[in-house]
Ligand binder design. Structure first.
Ligand code: 5RP
Length: 233
């Protein structure tokens, strides 16, 4: 990651963390951009600028970062509301629909992000697409024993599935829930609402990375003439 990209991600994360108010429950997303939001949220709590903020992590990564930056954590058993969730995305379309799951955390992310009163997405401009599925494969979390039938069923739907393999780890990626991830190439995703439901209806599928009609705010980081800036989409 170049220095300019790093600063741009930091600025988007900071802009999202700046929207959090005292006395709130915050959904903590996953990924390299959200990591900066978690860091800046921790900074605001530490300085006393914010009080009484608790986080609900969407992944093991978010939990580790929250502990590192001093954000107290709670669970969905202990609270009945999430005020705001901050999370990254792999693609964002003009209707603010998303593909997520680049970090294999989309199942818990969807639970937390869709429960939030306000869901803020933090991305760089390279994530903006006209149509979902044009640059990123669609992640699908699957129970290990159902991998073969789910892959066959996805082929039957016109998708090209591939099992996500680990990097610096032999074998497939295993999610925080102990499942596997299939990344699927669809020629085009015309109806994300229908595809989200169809995929989730396959026995053995836990959740897919289509996030439809749930985003409230998209903060987009840009670099113009070497200068990072943030705009709201
Ligand atoms: C994890 C995700 C991430 O939010 C998404 O992959 C974006 O990550 P980054 O900010 O590192 O590009 O969906 O499952």
């Amino acid at each position: 990651m170049s220095d300019a990209v790093k600063v741009m991600k930091q600025e988007v994360g900071k802009a999202a963390a700046a929207r959090v108010t005292s006395n709130s429950v915050v959904g903590l997303g996953t990924g390299s951009t959200t990591a900066y939001a978690i860091q800046f949220l921790g900074d605001r709590l530490k300085s006393g600028e914010l009080e009484n903020v608790v986080g609900i992590p969407t992944s093991f990564q978010a939990e580790v970062l929250a502990k590192q930056y001093g954000i107290p954590l709670t669970t969905l058993d202990a609270t009945d509301k999430i005020d705001v969730a901050i999370d990254g995305a792999d693609e964002v379309d003009p209707q603010k629909n998303l593909i997520k799951g680049g970090g294999a955390a989309h199942t818990r992310e969807k639970i937390v992000d869709t429960l939030a009163e306000t869901f803020i997405v933090v991305v760089d401009q390279g994530k903006l697409v006209d149509r979902l599925g044009s640059t990123f494969l669609l992640p699908v979390e699957v129970l290990p024993m159902a991998i073969a039938p789910v892959m066959r069923a996805i082929e039957g739907l016109g998708g090209k599935p591939e099992l996500r393999m680990g990097i610096k780890k032999a074998g497939p990626v295993v999610t925080d829930q102990g499942n596997l991830v299939i990344d699927v190439k669809f020629e085009q995703i015309d109806d994300p609402v229908a595809l989200e439901a169809t995929l989730n209806n396959l026995p053995g599928v836990l959740e897919n990375g289509l996030f439809v009609n749930c985003t409230d705010v998209v903060l987009v980081g840009e670099i113009n003439d070497g200068q990072p800036s943030v705009r709201e989409m």
